[in-house]
Design a protein around this ligand. Structure first.
Ligand SMILES: [Zn+2]
Length: 406
């Protein structure tokens, strides 16, 4: 136990360091459904300028985050006229990504090459055939100045949230088993990117398509009701995904992902369950990639501290962990009939999306987007249906054999 506590303290320190944030905000007048027609980046005179061309005025809020250094721009929900493709930056901006953060808010994340400061951010009114423009100017700053400008985290909220169990027993009142299907990533978080020839299909798109097919297969049986954590291209925080399953007292939680690897030869599906220690180096690296989702989003610190709380909760959820493993054991032989599996198909890792869950839960990496065969198959309806059917069979076996309510 002592060792566990030490681990938790270490982890919470790590989270705090990565959560240092500084705030810079301004507001322009509100408008409905604006459309971004262009994104432009320029660099001159030691200044990088990021510009959005928009047909209406928008609200914006900007903050910076360290480890890795990012500038996060939240704007009123906008439509993107086209896929502005090559998210490669210029000047101090290494790459950028954008998408719907939550209804009403779109988010742009600039990955910057070093510590920068937001020198100016403003709207320019339309002039001589030019639309509204949102402009942000970035200047290089020293690491020291950057660190100084960030707020010290408050630790007070650690003990605030009590571990509560749901009041009503929703499970026994239900006729059908409730399965929460969680398509990974979304919005400004594309997840892993495909290999050559598959760049247009980021993980967020592939897994949403697969998850919808899985949902249909499960519901078709009449035995299962499915709740999706997202059903369109929107960002959902990791802990909110598991919160959906917790609040609904789901019977099973399945997170759907697609992996990537430096070698395009590596292929196959893997089923992950939660553990304090990763089963191997590769599993640890995969968890680091998946857990980055909220860091990409620039989560606020209070919520990051809540994750530490979640870890405390899950230490007492041994039973859930055992049930999760039972489901993984049912799933693997079924999944084998639908797709190629990796050599050791059941692995374990410290996955945030599975933490704090009192619902049996697994994370399935359907295959590798960096492998052309896997990428092609994952996008095929036929394969998705096979995967759906394998989940149905595994769930049937699981609930018949092992499942004990509460
Ligand atoms: Zn993922």
């Amino acid at each position: 136990m002592k060792q566990m506590i030490r681990k938790i303290i270490k982890l919470s320190l790590m989270i705090m360091i990565s959560g240092f944030a500084s705030q810079f905000s301004a507001t322009a007048s509100w408008a409905k459904t604006p459309e971004v027609s262009a994104i432009r980046i320029g660099h001159s005179g030691g200044k990088t300028r990021f510009v959005l061309d928009i047909n209406q005025n928008i609200k914006f809020n900007i903050f910076t985050l360290a480890n890795p250094n990012r500038v996060v721009i939240d704007i009123s929900e906008v439509a993107w006229k086209s896929n502005f493709g090559g998210a490669k930056g210029k000047g101090y901006i290494d790459r950028y990504r954008y998408g719907l953060f939550k209804p009403g808010t779109s988010r742009i994340v600039l990955d910057v090459k070093g510590p920068v400061k937001v020198q100016k951010a403003f709207m320019i009114k339309p002039k001589r055939n030019k639309p509204y423009r949102f402009v942000i100017d970035l200047k290089k700053t020293s690491n020291q100045t950057f660190i100084k400008s960030i707020k010290k985290p408050s630790v007070r909220s650690v003990a605030k949230r009590a571990v509560t169990s749901p009041k009503k027993d929703l499970r026994s009142a239900r006729k059908k088993k409730l399965i929460v299907i969680d398509p990974g990533h979304g919005g400004h978080d594309p997840g892993n990117l495909g290999g050559k020839g598959y760049r247009g299909f980021p993980e967020k798109t592939v897994v949403l398509s697969a998850a919808k097919t899985i949902q249909r297969e499960l519901e078709k049986t009449g035995r299962y009701h499915v709740v999706m954590t997202r059903s369109h291209d929107v960002f959902v925080k990791l802990r909110n995904r598991s919160r959906i399953a917790h609040n609904k007292q789901a019977d099973l939680f399945i997170s759907i992902h697609a992996d990537s690897f430096k070698s395009p030869k590596v292929r196959g599906a893997t089923v992950y369950t939660l553990s304090e220690k990763a089963s191997d180096k590769e599993a640890a690296a995969m968890a680091a990639r998946e857990n980055k989702s909220d860091i990409i989003a620039g989560m606020d610190l209070d919520e990051e501290i809540d994750i530490v709380q979640s870890i405390l909760i899950d230490l007492v959820k041994r039973e859930t962990m055992n049930l999760s493993s039972s489901f993984a054991n049912e799933l693997i032989p079924q999944l084998k009939k639908a797709v190629v599996l990796r050599t050791r198909p059941h692995r374990t890792a410290g996955l945030i999306v599975l933490k704090g869950l009192d619902v049996p839960s697994v994370l399935v990496e359907l295959g590798y987007l960096t492998n052309s065969k896997d990428a092609k198959l994952m996008m095929q309806k036929e394969t998705q249906k096979k995967i759906g059917k394998s989940i149905v069979k595994a769930a049937d076996n699981f609930f018949n054999k092992t499942y004990v309510a509460n």
